[in-house]
Design a protein around this ligand. Structure first.
Ligand code: ADP
Ligand code: RBF
Ligand code: MG
Length: 377
């Protein structure tokens, strides 16, 4: 007889870095603010403050940058700068889809964040339908001890009237994962900074982005929007002259990738999760071609910069460096992963190519082939 699987009945979500791309705003505000003190914001600081309370984050920054002010003064000066930016925080990839899906399937959701209740409410007010999707919202100012204490999650479960063991926590931060496990909940981690997944050993699962969430694993209603191994996305556009890449696409893999300069696209690139995507590629004077691409740090090669690497699914007999390349990205295939051998990486990329090739013939995706953005003259 098989053991009955523990079924999840409710989902408890963290907000900053899990549903919202808050890091971008934090970086921008701190850059400007520390600049006034003659200091330069160092991105490496980010991991330290992720998932902490506003007070803890402020205290860490005041100390590490030796600012000539108290934590309270720092907070009161910087808080209005953050509030001004809340209207600009984008939902992370897959966040809108997740909230909508759980809501439409009647799965109760709670929002449990270390930030203040008032700022949670303000931030989500810019995202249609979110406020009404959460049965419970708790801020760090409503409990005695913030994450990593389990209190905020236990309180969420209590208000949802469910056992902690029936709750699935989705979290990007280490304090949040600790809090969820201490509350004896199931925890899926979605690290918001790259190359950090090895730190999340306490989580029950670590995923790359919310696009990779498999709800059926937790006994929750599965997403039904995958089509033939692909996830349709709101299309997004990127283009520019083809530049020299890492010099190994053709040489090492036998798979040329026409690299685009990421200068000027850092916000766009930061907004999209690392992974394998597909769509259409327009090349000036050559036409429009099917395309499959990776975005990310290529774990097999462990790149230092996030890169975008489109492989056009067509045989060209020559290079086309400096030519204008325009891409419309219409769907997602999988997260980027490491591979035990070069052969297995190559085989997987060819499989991605076949998936994209087939999918792009579906009306759902083929219609984008004729978009004016791709027709360069
Ligand atoms: P790099 O490291 O400079 O990107 P690659 O070995 O990846 O070099 O080769 C990429 C170059 O090959 C592209 O910039 C382009 O000029 C050319 N190329 C030829 N065929 C293709 C193709 N099907 N897809 C992408 N690039 C191609
Ligand atoms: N590199 C990885 O390390 N992991 C991957 O999962 C991965 N997937 C890819 C999928 C596609 C469709 C393409 C075109 C490339 C992928 N690569 C991946 C990137 C590959 O390593 C890169 O193109 C070469 O390093 C050339 O710079
Ligand atoms: Mg390349």
């Amino acid at each position: 007889m098989s053991v009955a699987k523990k079924l999840i009945r409710c989902v408890i979500l963290d907000l900053d870095g899990t549903l919202l791309h808050t890091d971008g705003i934090v970086t921008n505000v701190l850059k400007v603010f520390l600049g006034k003190y003659g200091k330069e914001w160092d991105g490496r600081e980010a991991q330290k403050i992720i998932g902490t309370t506003p007070f803890e984050a402020a205290a860490a920054i005041v100390q590490d940058y030796q600012l000539p002010c108290s934590t309270i003064e720092f907070l009161s000066e910087i808080s209005p700068l953050f509030s001004d930016q809340w209207c600009n925080i984008r939902a992370l990839p897959g966040a809108k889809r997740l909230v909508k899906h759980l809501k439409s399937h009647g799965v109760p959701m709670a929002l449990a964040s270390n930030s203040q209740r008032e700022s949670i409410e303000a931030k989500i007010s810019y995202h249609d339908g979110w406020k009404n999707s959460f049965s419970v919202i708790i801020g760090g100012d409503e409990v005695r001890a913030a994450k990593p204490s389990p209190e905020i999650f236990l309180e969420a479960a209590r208000r949802l009237s469910v056992e902690p063991s029936s709750c699935l926590v989705i979290e990007d931060s280490l304090p949040g994962v600790t809090a969820g496990k201490t509350a004896e909940m199931e925890v899926v981690a979605v690290p918001s900074l790259p190359k950090q997944s090895h730190l999340y050993t306490a989580a029950d699962e670590v995923i790359n982005s919310l696009l990779d969430l498999q709800l059926e694993k937790w006994g929750l209603p599965p997403f039904e929007d995958w089509v033939e191994g692909t996830l349709p996305l709101d299309p997004w556009y990127i283009g520019g002259p083809v530049v020299k890449g890492f010099g190994r696409g053709s040489k090492v893999l036998g798979i040329p990738t026409a690299n685009l300069s990421t200068k000027g696209y850092s916000d766009l690139l930061a907004e999209h999760a690392a992974g394998v995507y597909f769509g259409w590629a327009g090349l000036s004077s050559r036409g429009v071609f099917k395309m499959v691409m990776s975005i990310g740090w290529n774990p097999y090669f462990d790149n230092k910069e996030k890169a975008i690497e489109p492989w056009l699914l067509h045989d060209f007999n020559e290079d086309f460096y400096d030519e204008e390349l325009r891409l419309v990205i219409v769907g997602y295939i999988r997260p980027e992963t490491n591979f035990p051998s070069l052969e297995s990486l190559i085989a997987q990329i060819h499989e991605d190519g076949r998936v994209a090739e087939r999918a792009l013939d579906l009306p759902l995706y083929s219609s984008f082939k004729n978009g004016s953005y791709l027709r360069i003259s």
